[in-house]
Design a binder for this molecule. Structure first.
Ligand code: AKG
Ligand code: FE2
Length: 314
């Protein structure tokens, strides 16, 4: 730590991002990030990646050697590694930096950043649609040619907590999500269940019952339950939102005839010191880490559960 950092007052935790996170498990940034910069990055991504059937292995190629794990971007195979300077419109945006400092402390760190693509129904080969029908997590990474696994491709993902990928880890990180173009109802917008973080970590697939046009009853299978409100995150290019790693969210398959590209960051709290996340987590009535986060996968990572809550919605 530099002397200047040592002498600087601790980040102000009295910030709307902190109060929103305590109340709802998320904070929607009031102003979009620079839409022109979002569009430039989108064009650069599109120039690198055509979303069509050519993205996928054939059924025979897949069956010759099915691999379900290690199919997401990782260091050395991440499309964003080519675009570090183009990400300044996110990483250096004053509203992002001040919210993150308040939530995670001055010394917050990027744990992961990647491009997420919502693949449109028309681009998924018929054999693959048949295979993935009804599964709760349709990360298409296993079926994508290895050279294209520098992006995460989804054909919808049921309500989940981002803690799902981090068993035994404390919920000391947040997800920042940025749309690179306008996202409407047909573009696989994020569905967020406000207040769901308050029950802490629970096992995926979650105990959810739809109780109204935008309300759910969410049980924690420990005797606790809450009524939570569904918020559909449609928004313009540059729209940004941050949520807690116990906040339930998901997407339906992309119904538009074009893909949805977004940025997904995980940001972790600074080690030591105070941060708004401590106040958020102190208000959580449930475990902040889980020994097991999901029961939907076999040992090899293939899906053994065929049930999907979010896709049953109209
Ligand atoms: O973009 C999507 O469709 C879902 C993204 C998501 O929830 C995730 O990557 O954790
Ligand atoms: Fe997620």
């Amino acid at each position: 730590m530099t002397l200047a950092a040592k002498l600087a007052p601790p980040a102000e935790t009295d910030h709307p991002a902190v109060s929103d996170m305590i109340a709802t498990g998320a904070h929607l940034f009031p102003k979009p990030l620079d839409p022109a910069a979002a569009t430039r990055l989108l064009q650069a991504i599109r120039a690198e990646r055509t979303i069509d059937e050519g993205l996928f292995l054939s059924e025979a190629e897949f069956d010759a050697d099915p691999v379900y794990r290690g199919v997401n971007p990782r260091p050395g195979r991440n499309l964003l590694e080519r675009f570090s300077s183009e990400l300044a419109f996110v990483e250096q945006a004053p509203q992002i930096v001040s919210a993150m400092r308040a939530l995670l402390g001055d010394g917050y760190r990027v744990l992961d950043r990647k491009v997420v693509c919502g693949v449109p129904a028309s681009m998924v080969p018929p054999w693959l649609k048949t295979r993935i029908e009804g599964a709760p997590v349709n990360n298409l990474g296993p079926y994508v040619k290895p050279q294209y696994r520098d992006v995460t491709y989804f054909y919808g993902i049921d309500f989940h907590q981002d803690l799902i990928d981090y068993k035994e880890r404390e919920a000391d990180f947040l997800t920042l999500y940025v749309y690179l173009h306008p996202v409407g109802e047909a573009d696989a917008p994020l569905y967020l269940l406000e207040g769901s973080h308050a029950l802490g970590g629970t096992l995926f697939p979650h105990d959810l019952t739809n109780t109204g046009p935008d309300t759910w009853r969410y049980g924690d299978r420990r005797g606790g339950a809450a009524t939570v409100r569904q918020r559909v995150l449609t928004g313009p290019a540059g729209f940004a939102a941050v949520w807690h790693s116990c906040t339930l969210h998901g997407t339906q398959p992309d119904a538009a005839d074009h893909e949805r590209f977004s940025l997904r960051y995980l940001l972790e709290r600074q080690k030591g010191g105070e941060a708004g996340i401590d106040r958020v987590n102190a208000a959580v009535d449930g475990p902040l880490s889980l020994a097991d986060t999901r029961v939907d996968l076999a040992r090899d990572g293939s899906a053994i559960v065929r049930a999907n809550t979010i896709n049953r919605l109209g």
